[in-house]
Design a binder for this molecule. Structure first.
Ligand code: URA
Length: 279
């Protein structure tokens, strides 16, 4: 039977403990969710609906202890440390379903905007950089229309390894829930280090992992969520736009990006406001 998200998160926490992580910084809502998950079913208070973890569990221990950056360390040091940890990340390695090469992230450690995709694909694995294939080219077009240089922002993935497939050629597959959960502490630590002003989840896989939100992207778009107190928006993955090259889908992504620009306090020209409107 497929594991629930709760089981996967708890398994991820056990993996962290095994890997030597002794403390995690979590907020009150995450603490209360974890308590409920860990109580035996007969002692659990009645709950109207399961509440998703909303990205509140963060691996603080990576920044304390001997020989590792502290809370006072610079963001570059924290990211360098995380990159090194990620390369030999046991929770992901142990699954045996992800490929060897780690693709960490790219961009500005002081970025105000952070984009989170799904997982590296063939091109990204080859060049060890997120979003450098066809989806990356589409993403670059979107950024250009926003008036943002790729170098200004921070681009990462919810899963740091390319998911393996039988007879793997250039084909890619989305990461499974287990694969997402195994890498979740890394992306959460990146967010904690960078503290961007806004996060965009590119596609449903990133939304599920980071926000604990299930459902189609069309049902998740149109509002801000929060990750570690940071506003986060969900939009279609650039690959979706490659497959659905319609005015409607382009306008949908563009509307999401306009809200992000607005949230970042960026100026929006009349031309930008009117992109992809049917004439
Ligand atoms: N798709 C993703 O989600 N991430 C990448 O890095 C490339 C393609």
């Amino acid at each position: 039977m497929a594991a629930t998200l709760a089981e996967l998160v708890l398994e991820g926490l056990r993996n962290l403990r095994e890997a030597g992580v002794s403390h995690l910084a979590i907020d009150d809502s995450a603490r209360s969710i974890l308590r409920k998950w860990m109580l035996p079913a007969d002692r659990r208070p009645h709950q109207p609906a399961p509440v998703a973890p909303s990205g509140a569990v963060a691996p603080r221990a990576a920044f304390s202890g001997n020989g590792v950056p502290t809370a006072e360390s610079g963001v570059e040091e924290k990211l360098a440390f995380l990159r090194e940890r990620a390369a030999a990340w046991q929770p992901a390695r142990k699954l045996g379903t992800l490929r060897e090469t780690m693709v960490f992230a790219v961009g500005n450690p002081h970025a105000r905007l952070m984009l989170v995709g799904e997982a590296p694909g063939y091109d990204e694995e080859r060049l060890q950089e997120p979003f450098v294939g066809k989806a990356g080219q589409k993403l670059n077009q979107i950024l250009k229309a926003m008036g943002i240089a790729r170098e200004e922002i921070y681009i990462s993935n919810i899963c740091k390894f390319r998911p393996a497939m039988p007879n793997q050629g250039t084909g890619n597959r989305p990461p499974s829930d287990e694969e997402i959960a195994s890498c979740l502490p890394l992306i959460l630590a990146e967010i904690r280090a960078i503290r961007p002003a806004c996060i965009v989840c590119l596609g449903g896989t990133a939304a599920k992992g980071l926000l604990g939100q299930m459902g189609s992207v069309s049902s998740l778009r149109g509002r801000f969520y929060e990750v570690q107190g940071i506003p986060a928006r969900v939009t279609y993955h650039p690959s979706y736009l490659l497959r659905n090259d319609t005015l409607g889908s382009k306008r949908a992504v563009w509307e999401d990006m306009l809200s992000v620009m607005d949230r970042l306090g960026m100026p929006i020209s009349p031309q930008q406001a009117n992109y992809f409107l049917a004439r």
